[in-house]
Design a protein around this ligand. Structure first.
Ligand SMILES: Cc1ncc(C[n+]2csc(CCOP(=O)(O)OP(=O)(O)O)c2C)c(N)n1
Ligand code: SF4
Length: 315
């Protein structure tokens, strides 16, 4: 079945108004910030962001903020608990008639992959279990970026981080596979889960629009190309983000009440084209090419899409 966008067919249809203003202290070319900028256009101004410690905490440094909406800072492990507190407070105010229903706010967790895949996972699991009505926006730069790019459980096989260097014992760098957070969330049966990319703004905007119709936990996993941590020129963020999707490494998909649909099926360029652009994978090509490791990554992607095709009944 082909996924159809209903609301956003042309870039011109995206809301013009910016909800995240420029001039933040994040790195030039930050893919996560671009994904958030696009998401915030659809979310609109009536939002409380609950931000776990990480790069994005540098967005709002008192007394300055780029947001039209409100913003709350939490520890890495507790953003979903913070979101629960905000949601409860809003519900009490509405019940007492002190906040008109029309002025209700969306509660949006902002968190990196360290908070999302590792430290905050139990708080997230509990929030989904309670069916908390919130959005969870994870900007996934595949490492603990703010403290110098240490390995997280979102780091992909073969990537070099400061705690998974290329060594004699581990010539490929990171030795484990990236955790499948999409499926971990899906096992909790939330109403909505999506992967997104800043390189696919219409796909991203459509997904936020669809999620807005749903009450309950809603996850958005944004693969966030990170020039500082991944090692490429900031001007190449768009190209790196594009190749992540076109190589099939970052599938764009959604799950609505547990049913998964791929929202874009790439023709699949070799993963090498994506890997070669980034110094975190340079050791796979220099000084000697590591064929086995590159093949391992390609096989993983091929197996994913073969399974997806089988699940959808395609041949
Ligand atoms: C319990 C705890 N350990 C360590 C830190 C230090 N710390 C602050 S930001 C950060 C990195 C967060 O990584 P991630 O969630 O991936 O977000 P990113 O920095 O990549 O945006 C760390 C380790 C902390 N704030 N709390
Ligand atoms: S380190 Fe990466 S994720 Fe963090 S602000 Fe810089 S580009 Fe963005």
């Amino acid at each position: 079945m082909t996924w159809q966008r209903e609301t956003f067919k042309k870039i011109k249809q995206l809301p013009r108004e910016e909800q995240v203003l420029p001039g933040t202290s994040l790195c030039a070319g930050c893919g996560g910030l671009e994904a958030l900028r696009l998401a915030a256009k659809v979310l609109g101004p009536n939002v409380v962001y609950v931000n776990a410690a990480g790069c994005f905490t540098l967005l709002a440094v008192y007394p300055f903020t780029p947001f039209h909406g409100s913003w709350l800072y939490t520890t890495m492990g507790s953003a979903p608990a913070g979101a629960q507190g905000i949601r409860d407070a809003l519900d009490v105010l509405i019940a007492k008639g002190r906040l008109p229903q029309d002025d209700d706010l969306k509660v949006v967790v902002l968190a990196g992959d360290g908070s999302t895949y590792d430290m905050g996972l139990s708080a997230t699991s509990a929030a989904i279990y309670r069916n908390l009505d919130f959005y969870y926006f994870c900007y996934d730069n595949e490492a603990y970026g703010n403290t110098g790019m240490q390995l997280s459980s979102a780091t992909p096989f073969g990537a070099m981080t400061t705690t998974s260097p290329c060594s004699l014992q581990h010539p490929a760098g990171a030795t484990r596979e990236k955790k499948d957070l999409f499926e971990i969330w899906r096992a909790h049966r939330p109403p909505y889960i999506a992967t997104i990319s800043p390189r696919h703004p219409l796909d991203l905007a459509e997904k936020f629009t669809r999620a807005a119709r749903v009450t309950g936990p809603k996850l958005f996993l944004a693969l966030s190309a990170c020039p500082t941590g991944w090692g490429y020129d900031p001007a190449q963020t768009t190209e790196v983000a594009r190749l992540a999707v076109e190589s099939g490494l970052w599938p764009l998909k959604e799950s609505v009440n547990g049913t998964v649909t791929h929202t874009y099926v790439p023709k699949r360029k070799p993963v090498e084209e994506y890997l070669k652009l980034q110094t975190r994978f340079r050791h796979l090509f220099e000084p000697a090419r590591q064929d086995e490791a590159i093949r391992h990554i390609q096989d993983h992607v091929d197996a994913y899409w073969a399974e997806a095709a089988a699940a959808s009944g395609a041949t």
